[in-house]
Design a protein around this ligand. Structure first.
Ligand SMILES: *Cc1c(COP(=O)(O)O)cnc(C)c1O
Length: 405
């Protein structure tokens, strides 16, 4: 992989017509280590956030020894770069053949469930493979309520009474049992974890079985940019959130049991930026070489404003407008699809023109993981960049991917 100090250096040297991901391994390592230092338990990186080999390998080098996986492809991705790493199979709804693969081929011994039919599937595999259930830790996923940019509690999780039954049944069948939850992604309210802990406490007391652990899931927010024309959202810092969570864990009596967290976004968001090129400027509209079917699909679901840096093409000698004036541009994506238009503008210097580049920061989570091959556009070019996106000159622009105002 080619190395550059900044994305600007990469853009001006390569003059790329395709989107280029700028990978910052040192940022990834630092963010992973920061999380592991703050969290008082096991850190299992959620592979779905960004499962690129370079990411898994770098995390393994940074000392991450556990990974939250959900599919055969994720088992293999982890195994191939970190053969010794522990895998936690935390998807609550699984194909029986995948459970078998997990237990038999990959030696996975930690698994999540939220329904009795999943217990049945697991029991069939355990019996067929003649595994001692006492070697398996089954985490019952409980439903949570909260405010995250992405809510998952409507899809997964057992209600408290149901969770109690599941824990008792699993315990009777000889498994080790734990409780897990996942409050959704990019949480903004520090009470979110406490509400989940309160439910976990209720379930534990009713179930009255020995617990092998508590898994608090993901949801830890990454810092992004914000639209300067609006009030900055009040977001707790990771440090604040974590000290609150540590306190709540102790207060609710979970302080002396093995703890697990499954962070994704907070670990890899800052490790990548993306260089896109302006293929055409038409008035206050720009056409870029990426879009909702590639790296910017967060525009459908997210509420995230990314910082962006203007990289003017020095070959453009004459420009109209005022470089210091930041104005909104409607952004059209690369595909021949009329929905491939971002629903919120990018704010860029008035002088932006056909041929310029834009570096979009903090795009490491849920962007390249969600790329499709639609219309034949599949960004897959990577360079390594050493300087963190936030270092040096302030990014003057921003790319708002917010749809749900
Ligand atoms: C997606 C997911 C995560 C990671 O969530 P982040 O918000 O990216 O930290 C963790 N656990 C489970 C079960 C998930 O589905």
């Amino acid at each position: 992989m080619q190395r550059f100090e900044t994305a600007r250096d990469a853009a001006l040297s390569l003059r790329p017509d395709v989107p280029v991901y700028c990978f910052r391994p040192e940022v990834l390592k630092a963010d992973a280590r920061r999380f592991m230092e703050m969290f008082p338990g096991k850190t299992a990186y959620a592979v779905k956030t960004n499962g690129e080999t370079m990411v898994l390998k770098t995390l393994s080098e940074a000392g991450v020894t556990a990974f939250d996986v959900a599919s055969p492809a994720e088992f293999e991705a982890v195994r191939s770069v970190a053969p010794e790493a522990e895998m936690l199979y935390m998807h609550p709804v699984k194909a029986q053949s995948d459970i078998r693969l997990a237990l038999e081929t990959y030696g996975i011994r930690t698994i999540a469930i939220d329904h009795e039919d999943e217990v049945t599937k697991l029991a069939r595999v355990v019996q067929a493979l003649d595994i001692d259930p006492g070697t398996i830790a089954v985490f019952v996923r409980i439903q949570t309520k909260g405010s995250a940019a992405y809510e998952l509690s409507k899809k997964f999780g057992a209600g408290p009474a149901h969770a109690v039954e599941l824990l008792q049944r699993l315990h009777r069948n000889g498994y080790r049992v734990g409780i897990c939850f996942h409050v959704g992604s990019q949480i903004s309210d520090p009470d979110t974890y406490e509400r989940a802990l309160r439910t976990a406490d209720w379930v534990r007391n009713r179930a009255a079985v020995p617990l092998a652990g508590l898994d608090v899931g993901g949801g830890f927010p990454a810092e992004y940019g914000h639209d300067p024309n609006r009030k900055a959202p009040e977001m707790p810092s990771l440090g604040q959130l974590m000290s609150r969570l540590r306190g709540d864990i102790v207060e609710w009596g979970f302080g002396d049991m093995p703890l697990v967290a499954e962070p994704g976004r907070v670990i890899c968001a800052h490790a990548f930026s993306l260089i896109v090129r302006v293929l055409l400027r038409k008035g206050r509209r720009i056409y870029i070489n990426d879009g909702i079917w590639s790296s910017l699909s967060d525009s459908w679901t997210g509420k995230i404003t990314l910082p962006a840096r203007f990289i003017p093409d020095p070959a453009i000698r004459s420009r109209n407008g005022d470089r210091s004036k930041i104005v909104p541009f409607k952004v059209c994506g690369a595909t021949c699809d009329s929905v491939d238009i971002l629903s919120r503008p990018f704010w860029l210097p008035e002088t932006v023109d056909t041929g310029d580049w834009i570096e979009i920061g903090h795009i490491g989570a849920y962007s390249l993981a969600l790329r499709s091959r639609f219309n034949g556009f599949y960004p897959d070019t990577f360079v390594e960049v050493s300087r963190p996106f936030d270092e040096g000159t302030q990014p003057e622009s921003f790319a708002s991917l917010e749809t749900m105002a």
